[in-house]
Design a protein around this ligand. Structure first.
Ligand code: 4GM
Length: 244
């Protein structure tokens, strides 16, 4: 998968050389091409911004510089995404959908903003990572790259994306490892039983329980088996003074 990132702060993306994403880059499973918008300034001081028409505080990134940076790329089969608090909220479904693209171009603005005309000219989709404002679109772009890369074949161990949190719309069950007793607390006995079917059922029940208590909103969009429904009824029944 090809990611091109249009940014004024390419150095911020160094963190993607670590861990699983770093390995994915080394293996050539993903390629992250950082394009410094400043390199396309025609100004002798490498200036890329100017004061806003209509007045007001701050500066606005000029459209021609951004367009020239964009035009330096192969853009044939690329989807251009603008990281912005005004965008559609990123969720796991959107992440999976984006992972099917072969080429993403991510445009990072910052607090000063980018001239609207170049946004209208090149952007296909506006995406937000959540309802809060950051100083720049770089961290959102990294969040998108990390979350999407996990779906690229070979980046994670086989099946990891299927089993985990959100893949079936539920939160993840708890994990345990050695020692068997920590601060006087035993690992749940069932996990030591070697009974794979019972373990799978226990984990499913834990997922249902955790989702019910921590993120009940997620249950609205989950396909529940008859067994799941029975388990949920029991969970509700067991809550003292339960609502509904
Ligand atoms: C305003 C417009 C994205 C601010 C465009 C970017 C938060 C997000 C910025 C921009 C951002 C987000 C920069 N802050 N919630 N700040 O995804 O790029």
């Amino acid at each position: 998968m090809q990611f091109d990132v249009l940014t004024l702060f390419p150095e911020m993306f160094e963190v993607l050389n670590e861990s699983i994403i770093g390995k994915a880059k080394e293996k050539g499973l993903i390629n992250i091409n950082l394009v410094n918008i400043r390199n396309f300034s025609k100004n002798k001081h490498k200036k890329v911004d100017d004061t806003p028409y209509g007045g007001g505080a701050g500066m606005v990134i000029q459209p021609d510089v951004v367009k020239d940076a964009y035009n330096s790329l192969e853009t044939q089969n690329a989807k251009v995404i603008y990281m912005s608090p005004q965008g559609k909220k990123l969720d796991q479904q959107k992440v999976e959908e984006l992972s099917k693209q072969e080429h993403l171009i991510l445009l990072c603005g910052h607090y000063e903003g980018i001239d609207q005309r170049v946004i209208d000219s090149i952007v296909d989709e506006e995406i937000s990572i959540g309802d809060y404002v950051l100083t720049g679109g770089e961290i959102p772009a990294m969040v998108l790259i990390d979350s999407v890369s996990r779906y690229i074949e070979g980046v994670l161990k086989k099946d990891s994306t299927n089993e985990e949190s959100f893949s079936q719309g539920l939160l993840e069950y708890p994990q345990y490892t050695r020692p068997e007793i920590f601060e006087g607390k035993q690992v749940p006995e069932i996990l030591l039983s070697g009974h794979h079917e019972k373990i799978a059922q226990w984990r499913r029940n834990q997922s249902l329980k955790i989702t019910f208590f921590k993120r009940p909103d997620l249950l609205e969009n989950v396909e529940l088996s008859d067994e799941d429904k029975k388990v949920l009824e029991k969970i509700k029944h067991d809550v003292p003074n339960s609502i509904s």
